[in-house]
Design a protein around this ligand. Structure first.
Ligand code: ATP
Length: 792
């Protein structure tokens, strides 16, 4: 398809000229988007122009419209804000302003515009596109151009990228910049919590979001807040004060030393009165709490983009250029979004309309409509937040016979968010009357000591931001002593099991499922939450811990690159983890702008090294004086048994002939540890609750009640007929031993038996399908590696 686009572009009458601009409030990741647009455009044979200072630049024209070269965007991935500037421009809201803008574009031969901004900017862009033919006609009438001159520019192609920290656009799960803002919020609230606990204080924290509570909601989940105020769910006038007091007091009674309340700046009560941080503070003071207010303000907007925003902006930037090349005059302007794990295109007008309708619903006090217009993930997480915090007063307790004993075990190397997932599962269990049992120190811990601990609310209360594993993890698998594992499962009368881990967890799940005929206790629903930085669990594209790991690598590489600016030209060969899976290496390459990436999937050969050497030399040759930062080569730890990190560095060094220095850099365990990123915390909580629900539903569907028996007597699981008679032990139910998987736009539970048989490469401990190969290719396009290879 790419070759066809290229062919069409090149065989066309004119060279395609594309302009890219940023508009509205700046957001981290905008530079990554512009970089991707510039380089993808050039790759496909287009000329790409940057419009400086948003619509203001479009109106002024001249030097505000600058043709961009490949080298101009070097180093932009790690820069915060927007380097091409942004502005609010009242004149663009006027027709004469848009006519002037059209004239400026036509003067440069540009008839495609990629706009990265919020709903206002995209509304303006769509209007501009619709008016374009009439604006062009007027320009001819005004004598600015002749008919012949405008002939090739009769239509404007327009594509929207959503750059906004609020994450307020309908039709996309996240906007460019939202996760960076969330990360900053969580970092700040984590700091605040430390001092709050010391003094036993309450803190009211205001976050951005005039019409959208996404930041407040996600921050509430990720920081373990007691209460949140969001515009979509206005609180009952005159009554919210009592609920707030009741929740905070209840959590204190359970042993919490601090309280955190997150307030979106647009928070309201149901009579549309603003709920301010001062209002909230006064209620907490009234409760007798020493209460402070922190308004985070612009720290949320500033700083460099987190890993998520760098890859989101990069992939969306690439897709926006493809969209430009594929569109016809009748194609509605698309907005490039993301659904779960897939970059998608949506009609821009529909998304903008849906976004505006939330504000309208709020203004009409129709809060059910307002929240229902948010995407399903938002609603799901809002309900989870309520379940795990506000409604943990017994409001959601299930009937006695539906309450379950649920085991939780960590298996494999630690990755961030193991604790966050365990916390969410535990809190959800407790609010529903289930008993969560932590299996301490993995399966070998269970085999050696038989230790399971029933987790309490206060045990897990502060686990949302702890790295590592509070209940202990190790690499041992269940099959090390299946009989003993079965014995302890029976002893605890488990009705379900949540395994959180990587490939060993996957392996354990398979072993437990295979032992069901021998040990009937394993006929319980068992589910794996993939959690490993290698992202090598078969059947899924997503694994907890990856986001934190990528953030750690982004920080690490930003710093070492910067260190080189102080010395002389330098190349770093960075060795990253991942086992036999090149996912982390490929993604790190994509979001750090590495010159080349070596993975186990793409064998290193002498000729690839030679090509990459040529690319490095080319890179240094084009370097301008002001851009002397280091260059990166990323090598997965198992990319080759011959070309070690050291050897690669030596080869590069030798061939550099002193034109640049070479160093190795091995970040090691910082990739597994550290505080979980805000995204990992949120996804951990979402998946954990989904897994408890999966266990609940499977038991319910099969009408299973545990025969709890007395003492240690043998417990079997039974199926009951509609009259309540025991009919048989439960047969193998393969769909009850499953992995929670993300594939494209889908989240589903896939049976381990199928995954093992059809999707697993057991020898290499990963899936048969390399789900990131497209991203490796994009990384190679944006580094110039693909072009160079084609030329060689
Ligand atoms: P943010 O989410 O940061 O508010 P935004 O893109 O919604 O971003 P706005 O200030 O609403 O920010 O819009 C940015 C610019 O887009 C405006 O200054 C104006 O130039 C243009 N714009 C906004 N709405 C329209 C419109 N209805 N018609 C034409 N142009 C518009």
């Amino acid at each position: 398809a790419n070759a066809e686009i290229l062919r069409q572009t090149l065989s066309g009458q004119k060279k395609k000229k594309i302009a890219v601009m940023t508009s509205g409030g700046d957001s981290p990741g905008m530079n990554a988007a512009v970089r991707a647009v510039v380089r993808t455009g050039i790759h496909f044979g287009c000329d790409v122009f940057a419009v400086y200072e948003g619509y203001e630049g479009l109106l002024k024209g001249g030097n505000y419209l600058r043709k961009m070269e490949w080298e101009d965007v070097r180093g932009w991935l790690s820069e915060g804000g927007t380097l091409i500037g942004t502005a609010r421009c009242m004149e663009f809201k006027e027709r004469w302003g848009r006519k002037q803008a059209a004239g400026n574009l036509i003067s440069q031969g540009i008839d495609a515009l990629i706009v990265c901004g919020g709903d206002g900017s995209l509304t303006g862009a769509d209007l501009f596109r619709h008016e374009w033919p009439s604006l062009v006609e007027e320009l001819v009438k005004d004598g600015k151009f002749t008919k012949e001159q405008v002939e090739p520019y009769k239509n404007l192609t327009m594509v929207g990228l959503v750059g906004s920290i609020d994450n307020d656009m309908a039709g996309t799960d996240s906007t460019i910049g939202a996760y960076s803002a969330l990360e900053r919020i969580c970092e700040m609230v984590d700091y605040i919590d430390e001092t709050a606990k010391s003094h036993s204080r309450a803190f009211v924290v205001e976050v951005m979001g005039r019409h959208c509570g996404w930041l407040a909601l996600m921050a509430g989940i990720a920081t373990g807040a007691d209460y949140i105020f969001i515009p979509e769910r206005a609180v009952p006038h005159g009554k919210w004060q009592d609920e707030l007091k009741e929740v905070c007091q209840r959590h204190r009674n359970k042993g919490r030393r601090n309280n955190t309340v997150i307030v979106a700046e647009g928070a309201l009560d149901d009579l549309l009165n603003p709920v301010t941080t001062e209002d909230v503070k006064n209620v907490l003071v009234d409760l007798g709490l020493d209460t402070k207010v922190t308004i985070l303000g612009h720290v949320q907007r500033g700083g460099t983009a987190v890993a998520h925003d760098r890859w989101l902006a990069t992939l969306q930037g690439v897709d926006s250029v493809k969209a430009v090349l594929e569109m016809t005059p009748s194609t509605p302007s698309p907005l490039i979004g993301i659904l779960e794990n897939k970059i998608i295109r949506k009609p821009l007008v529909e998304s903008v309309e849906a976004t505006k309708s939330v504000a309208t619903a709020i203004a009409n006090k129709d809060f059910d409509a307002a929240i229902s217009k948010r995407d399903t993930e938002f609603i799901e997480l809002y309900e989870n937040f309520l379940s795990t915090t506000v409604k943990d007063d017994g409001a959601e307790l299930l009937p006695e016979d539906q309450r379950l004993n649920i085991g939780i075990v960590h298996v494999g190397a630690p990755s961030a968010a193991l604790n966050a997932a365990t916390r969410a599962a535990t809190l959800y269990c407790i609010s529903h009357g289930h008993k969560p049992f932590a299996i301490l120190n993995g399966f070998s811990g269970l085999i050696q000591t038989g230790q399971m601990k029933e987790l309490s609310w206060i045990d897990v209360e502060n686990w949302h931001n702890l790295g590592g594993s509070e209940i202990g993890t190790n690499r041992s698998v269940a099959a090390d002593d299946m009989g003993t594992v079965a014995y302890y499962f029976q002893k605890a009368k488990l009705d379900g099991l949540i395994i959180i881990g990587g490939f060993e967890g996957f392996n354990s799940l398979k072993q437990l499922r295979d032992s069901r005929s021998e040990y009937p206790i394993f006929n319980i629903p068992m589910v794996l939450i993939p959690s490993t930085i290698s992202n090598n669990v078969p059947g899924t594209e997503y694994s907890l811990g990856v986001d934190t790991c990528l953030n750690a690598l982004v920080r690490y590489t930003d710093e070492i690159k910067q260190s080189a600016s102080a010395t002389r030209r330098r190349v770093f060969v960075v060795e990253v983890q991942g086992g036999h899976s090149g996912f982390i290496a490929s993604f790190t390459g994509l979001i750090t702008g590495a010159v080349s990436v070596y993975t186990p999937e793409d064998k290193i050969t002498l000729s690839t090294i030679r090509e990459d050497l040529a690319l490095l030399k080319e890179n240094f040759r084009h370097d301008k004086g002001e851009n002397r930062n280091g260059k990166l080569v990323i090598r997965n730890e198992q990319a080759s048994s011959v070309y070690s990190t050291e050897l690669l560095a030596n080869i590069i060094s030798e061939s550099s002939k002193d034109r640049f220095g070479v160093r190795t850099a091995i970040p090691g365990h910082v990739q597994q540890g550290g505080f979980p990123s805000s995204k990992d915390r949120v996804v951990a909580s979402r998946f954990a609750v989904k897994c408890v629900k999966f266990i609940e539903q499977w038991n319910k569907k099969n009408n299973i009640q545990q025969d709890k028996g007395a003492g240690d007597e043998k417990v079997l699981r039974f199926k009951f007929d509609i009259h309540g008679n025991k009919v048989s032990t439960v047969e193998h139910e393969d769909d009850s031993a499953a992995v929670i998987c993300v594939n494209g736009t889908n989240v589903s539970f896939k049976p381990i038996a199928d995954l093992w048989e059809h999707e697993t490469n057991v020898a290499l401990r990963k899936g048969e399908e390399i789900h990131w190969s497209e991203f490796s290719r994009i990384g190679d396009i944006l580094s110039g590696r693909l072009k160079l290879r084609a030329e060689v």
